[in-house]
Design a protein around this ligand. Structure first.
Ligand code: RB5
Length: 156
């Protein structure tokens, strides 16, 4: 699959590790920057990655910042993006399987490269189970999340 990757300066140290893992797992990378440790603003990169995913250019996104939190909050402001910080591999696959998470957020100042590699692989291997027989409850719950999103935007 195509995976959009974006980071601010706080996540930049982890970017090459993440890219190399995505490639090692047989996926394509769309690199949306940043490309140095010079200070930038994380919402700009969350927007680029989020829009790349909702437009269908990429199937999933991975965002990095210092904590993972700034990009997580910003990405979730985009309709159709379901992003979360996951700092263990259980969260990374369960978030996709049950919650249809499409953007993984990592904090470069919180986790090291080897846990990050495992988390990225776990995220990319996982798929949403809500359309599978016997798993309809997850589809129903994700639909409720979408209803919240829709109604919230309508009131703006
Ligand atoms: C940058 O210093 C830092 O605030 C940013 O990378 C991120 O951690 C915000 O959530």
């Amino acid at each position: 699959m195509k995976v959009a990757i974006g980071t601010d300066h706080g996540g930049f140290a982890l970017k090459e590790t993440v890219i190399s893992q995505v490639l090692a797992d047989g996926h394509e990378v769309i690199d949306l920057g940043t490309n140095s440790a010079e200070a930038v603003d994380y919402p700009d990169f969350a927007k680029k990655v989020g829009e790349c995913v909702v437009s269908g250019q990429a199937e999933r996104g991975i965002l990095l910042c210092g904590s993972g939190i700034g990009v997580n909050i910003a990405a979730n402001k985009i309709r159709g993006i379901y992003a979360s910080v996951c700092h263990d591999s259980y969260m990374a696959h369960q978030g996709v399987e049950h919650d249809n998470m499409n953007v993984l957020c990592l904090g470069s100042r919180v986790i090291g490269p080897e846990p990050a590699r495992e988390i990225v692989s776990s995220f990319l291997r996982a798929r949403f189970v809500g359309n599978d027989a016997g798993q309809e409850r997850h589809f129903k719950r994700v639909s409720k999340v979408r209803e919240i999103e829709k109604n919230s935007l309508e009131k703006e």
